[in-house]
Design a protein around this ligand. Structure first.
Ligand code: PEP
Ligand code: MN
Length: 295
């Protein structure tokens, strides 16, 4: 425990997720995929599932470029009640269709306890958003959901608080947790959030859980996403969660930070210089090579 000696006192608050001599690394298995193992796992897709065409085209493009998990919100946490709220169960069905078509595993956000069961039916990984990191009844329900959980850092949460929330899920019975740094709120306004890149080595030092980075919500603009992704790869992250859209300017949410297919492919090409990523499949049906989800 070298990252922060002051944490010694609070250590018992996250002892289930803390790194020890007996438990130094958790590898989360999703179908044939290992997150937190030796390869770098890229999860990519639109902010929100908008239509069958939007999702399937994106799934094919990101799979061909080397992503192994498809992201897409069916239930969206929006700051305005008048913004697009997501397609709900219809969106989950489209995600499931995309999995069948491409072999990609599926990650999607769960905002409320009452949706845990239905989302677990369709998703391979349950995403807890930044606004829900302290929703303890949701975290407890996820302890029994039978699926791995990707836990995003609250936008004003300390790393210790993130680990406490992970502990709640683990204590409720689910040790399959992936931590995600997605930028925090600071006085800086040039970026949507401030990517706390040091969070990666700190979390990897004190916890046995896999750590991934979401450069999209940190940046807020697509031009910064590839370089933040590279920083994440270099600093030791186990993977990425990235927003990609067939026509970002028409996206119903987070278009400004979504990469085009070409930009995503280019980013993956760059990342291959630093971390092991599956090869680009030019003109090949991705489902022939991808390990697939858990359904
Ligand atoms: C998302 O991944 O689309 C999302 C809403 O992210 P966050 O919870 O980090 O804002
Ligand atoms: Mn988003």
């Amino acid at each position: 425990m070298t990252a922060n000696p002051q944490w010694k006192e609070q250590f018992s608050c996250f002892d289930l997720v803390a790194k020890t001599a007996e438990c130094s690394r958790t590898v989360v298995h999703v179908g044939g995929l290992a997150i937190g193992g030796d390869s770098f796992v890229v999860m990519a897709g639109p902010c929100a599932v908008e239509s069958e065409r939007q999702l399937l085209e994106t799934a094919e493009a990101v799979a061909a470029a080397g992503a192994r998990v498809l992201r897409g919100g069916a239930y969206k946490p929006r700051s305005s009640p008048y913004s697009f709220q997501g397609l709900g169960v219809e969106g989950l069905k489209l995600l499931s269709k995309a999995r069948k078509q491409t072999g990609l595993a599926i990650i999607t956000e769960v905002m409320s306890e009452e949706h845990v069961e239905v989302i677990a039916e369709y998703a391979d990984i349950m995403q807890v958003g930044t606004r829900s990191m302290e929703n303890y009844s949701l975290l407890e329900a996820l302890g029994q959901c039978g699926r791995p959980v990707l836990l995003k850092r609250g936008m004003t949460a300390r790393l210790e608080e993130l680990l406490r929330s992970a502990q709640v899920i683990a204590a409720a019975g689910n040790p399959e947790i992936i931590l995600c740094e997605r930028g925090i709120r600071t006085f800086e306004t040039a970026t949507r959030n401030t990517l706390d890149i040091a969070a990666v080595p700190v979390l990897k030092t004190v916890s046995h859980l896999p750590v991934i980075v979401d450069p999209s919500h940190a940046a807020g603009v697509r031009s910064l996403v590839p370089v933040l992704a590279r920083a994440a790869a270099v600093v030791g992250a186990d993977g990425l969660l990235v927003e990609v859209h067939p026509a970002p300017e028409q996206a119903l949410s987070d278009g400004m930070q979504s990469l085009t297919f070409d930009e995503f492919k280019e980013m993956m090409r760059d990342l291959r210089r630093y971390v092991p990523i599956p090869p680009i499949l030019e003109g090949m049906r991705p489902q022939l090579l991808v390990a697939g989800g858990t359904h």
